[in-house]
Design a protein around this ligand. Structure first.
Ligand code: SAH
Length: 446
């Protein structure tokens, strides 16, 4: 630092950097900062020491080796850490795949990041998630059950939101370091929450897309709450898989370690009555010509946030997909197929299929208990509830009949957070020795 002139002038073209680790000043001309702090570098008088500003009037020399440059990403409305090539191959051939009539600005953002991360920048979703006790407690329990294993380990909390899971790690398990990565603007508050809870020595909050973030080291544990409706919707899981490849140390731990999609044929009388039967005679008038429109409007897309009553299951639910989080690849996400063979044990009206997921967290403590988060109708309700796929019209089913077939989840080649789900099935009635074939595809949302 000897070569550097004292207090160089502020440079109008100052550039933003993020601190990769803490630094404590050893002289009055140096500036202390914490891992995750954002600094404006005004001058680079020598290779190793730069003149930077932390907050207004907090300026000084900082070691260049502790900093990583931020570039403004074109894909989000907030700055992201961009240190290398974007790992996604999705832009290629976009124009060929674009749907007619789509807005040009949409085409530039097939991940719809502005909208997606924008929604996580407000408290509404965080309130919903944090008030979901069975979800949040499951993560807390994983940390608590494995606290001996976690002590002194390095963790990445991918999509940390308000930082709740990172704070569990720091406070309940004394991890050595948690890299809490978050791309939405809530991250400004996450930093404050980490400080407020005295965890700034352990939790390093990094703003940016996990796919682009640069960590100073590999991690022992990759933790994330990435699940969406029907498990995969919004495909945050892709970021987790890319981070596994880049940042998980050999032999490192994935939490969740596995995930499964479950399905059951079900009745949905109240939803059917509210949306379809309603048009038969409202106020004594025949509004039935609106029924085809109702079918189009309410039954062509899945119904999120459906609460399936256990007695509306027409059979025992079955696992149709199982994902091993150590071996699953991004390519696998393009198309996933599962089979089902339901034996009807409750006679009733087969209105549709209902889906939900479970995730499992393996135990790393000798003899310890694995944790499972189950979002199904037989467990404590979660904010995901269940997802309902209505048939065009109900089918009467009887005990002993079977509904056998397949479910295929196809990721939209353009709109990377979207997918379609196709059900193909055969309904067999042994008493009538009759087979009826059914098929229906649901876009989610494109
Ligand atoms: N871990 C928090 C929030 C979970 S919601 C909790 O348990 O309460 C998922 C979070 O991941 C959101 O805040 C979202 O903005 C963030 N996220 C999603 N994809 C991301 C990505 N690719 N990189 C960084 N953050 C991401």
């Amino acid at each position: 630092m000897e070569e550097a002139e004292k207090e160089p002038k502020k440079d109008a073209s100052a550039e933003e950097f993020v601190a990769l680790s803490d630094f404590t000043a050893s002289g009055s001309d140096q500036l202390s900062f914490l891992c995750g702090d954002r600094l404006l570098v005004h001058a680079r008088p020598c290779e190793d020491w730069w003149w930077a500003e932390l907050r207004e009037d907090m300026v000084g020399y900082v070691p260049a080796s502790h900093l990583l440059q931020c570039r403004i990403s074109t894909r989000t409305d907030s700055p992201t850490l961009d240190t290398g090539p974007v790992p996604r191959e999705k832009e290629e051939g976009l124009e060929d795949k674009a749907e007619p009539g789509e807005q040009e600005e949409d085409l530039e953002d097939p991940w719809q990041d502005v909208e997606y991360f924008g929604s996580y920048g407000t408290l509404k979703l965080h309130l919903e998630m944090l008030s979901d006790r069975s979800r949040t407690e499951a993560y807390r329990q994983v940390v608590l059950n494995n606290r001996d294993f976690l002590r002194d380990k390095v963790v990445m909390d991918l999509g940390c939101g308000t930082g709740i899971i990172s704070l569990f790690c720091a406070q309940l398990a004394q991890t050595a370091k948690v890299y809490a990565v978050e791309a939405s603007p809530i991250v400004e508050y996450t930093r404050r929450l980490v400080r407020q809870n005295d965890c700034e020595d352990v939790v390093c909050v990094l703003q940016g897309r996990a796919e682009q973030v640069q960590l100073p080291q590999r991690v022992d544990v990759l933790l994330s709450e990435w699940m969406g409706n029907c498990l995969l919707f919004e495909f945050m899981v892709e970021a987790v898989l890319l981070a596994r490849q880049r940042w998980l140390a050999e032999g490192g731990v994935m939490w969740p370690s596995s995930a499964a999609l479950l399905l059951v044929p079900c009745q949905a009388h109240s939803f059917y009555t509210e949306t379809m039967t309603f048009w038969e005679r409202p106020y004594g008038l025949d509004f039935s010509p609106l029924q085809p429109l109702a079918q189009q409007e309410f039954f062509t897309k899945p119904k999120f946030s459906h609460v399936l009553e256990p007695q509306d299951c027409l059979s025992t639910p079955s696992e149709v997909l199982f994902l091993n989080m150590y071996t699953l690849t991004v390519q696998d996400l393009e198309e996933m197929e599962g089979q089902f063979d339901f034996l009807v044990d409750t006679p009733g009206d087969f209105h549709g299929f209902c889906a939900w997921f479970t995730v499992g967290f393996e135990s790393l403590q000798p003899g310890g208990e694995a944790v499972q988060l189950d979002t199904g109708p037989f467990s404590e309700p979660t904010h995901w509830k269940q997802t309902l796929f209505m048939l065009d019209s109900p089918v009467s089913v009887h005990q002993g009949e079977s509904i056998r077939g397949s479910i295929v989840l196809r990721r939209n080649p353009t709109w990377r957070r979207h997918l379609s789900i196709t059900f193909d099935w055969v309904h067999y009635s042994p008493s009538e020795n009759q087979y009826k074939i059914g098929s229906k595809t649901f876009p989610m949302w494109r």
